[in-house]
Write a protein that binds this ligand. Structure first.
Ligand SMILES: [Zn+2]
Length: 285
């Protein structure tokens, strides 16, 4: 509450330090997604210095596929300390994960992403979207659309906290979102307009709402608004699946050239069920 009769509602609707990107893809198979392939290369190359990234998946099954992709690709390099499962660079988090793993992920995410903290990539269902403190997350990738726009805003907002750098939220989805999105989210995906404006329009609803961070100063401002306003950010950031250019996903986040990456040119083919196999019950919360 501020002043006598003004109620300030602060919502994590859009964040000035986040570059919002949205891209329709032909498949959510991990090996076909440039950002996932490049992230694996970044892990191989930089290990525990990789930019901390959250990957939200539509289903536990897809989460397992993404995890497997990293697991096969990284081999022994998955663990910073051989034999110590708790030192894995990548973890998978969903409602059926072992309690021990859930506690570990929550604990490590609540700590700075410094040298003593191995956790760099968390693949998670919406089980991780709410009620977990996170530090040092610079990127959020959605493998498939969240069910609602509120979920999207909440999950995307996990990136960028306590950071002075420009961070990214990347929404990858098939078709019109499939059966796993509600009507409003489907409209959101089909609307080619500015992603921030779409988020504001959904949450504002004619009420006076102060957008999170948008009235505060001193925060990092995204160089570009979103991939709808500036489509070239998809290729600039090397996250587009539509061309053959090469580069690191998130090259502006500290990685340098991508030569000598010990990544297979032909990543392991993984069997992938189509989105029609997803069961909505997997989408938690
Ligand atoms: Zn925009």
């Amino acid at each position: 509450m501020r002043g006598t009769d003004t109620v300030e509602i602060v919502l994590p609707v859009t964040r000035p330090d986040l570059l919002y990107c949205q891209q329709r893809v032909r498949s959510l198979t991990p090996a076909t997604l440039r950002c996932i392939v490049d992230l694996r290369g970044e892990l191989l190359r930089y290990g525990p210095r990789t930019t901390r990234t959250l990957i939200f998946v539509q289903s536990i099954q897809l989460g397992a596929e993404v995890y497997q992709y990293f697991w096969f690709g990284l081999g022994k390099q998955l663990l910073v300390d051989p034999g110590q499962r708790s030192t894995a660079l990548v973890q998978l988090y969903h409602k059926d994960s072992e309690d021990e793993v859930k506690a570990l992920v929550r604990d490590l995410l609540d700590k700075d992403a410094d040298d003593s903290n191995p956790l760099r990539v968390v693949i998670a269902t919406s089980a991780l979207a709410y009620g977990v403190n996170m530090k040092g997350v610079s990127r959020v990738i959605f493998c498939g659309s969240p069910f609602t726009i509120a979920d999207l805003a909440q999950m995307a907002g996990r990136a960028g906290r306590n950071l002075s750098t420009v961070c990214m939220a990347l929404l990858l989805y098939q078709g019109h979102g499939g059966r796993y999105v509600d009507e409003a989210m489907r409209g959101f995906l089909d609307d080619p307009g500015c992603i921030r404006q779409k988020l504001r329009a959904y949450f504002d609803g004619g009420n006076s709402v102060t957008m999170y961070g948008e009235t505060t100063s001193g925060r990092a401002q995204a160089a570009e608004c979103c991939s709808s306003c500036t489509p070239s950010v998809l290729t600039d950031q090397n996250i587009s699946n539509d061309d053959d250019s090469h580069g690191n996903f998130g090259s502006s986040f500290g990685s340098d050239s991508d030569d000598d990456l010990p990544v297979d040119d032909d990543p392991l083919p993984l069997t992938s069920e189509t989105e029609s196999e997803f069961i909505h019950e997997d989408f938690e919360d």
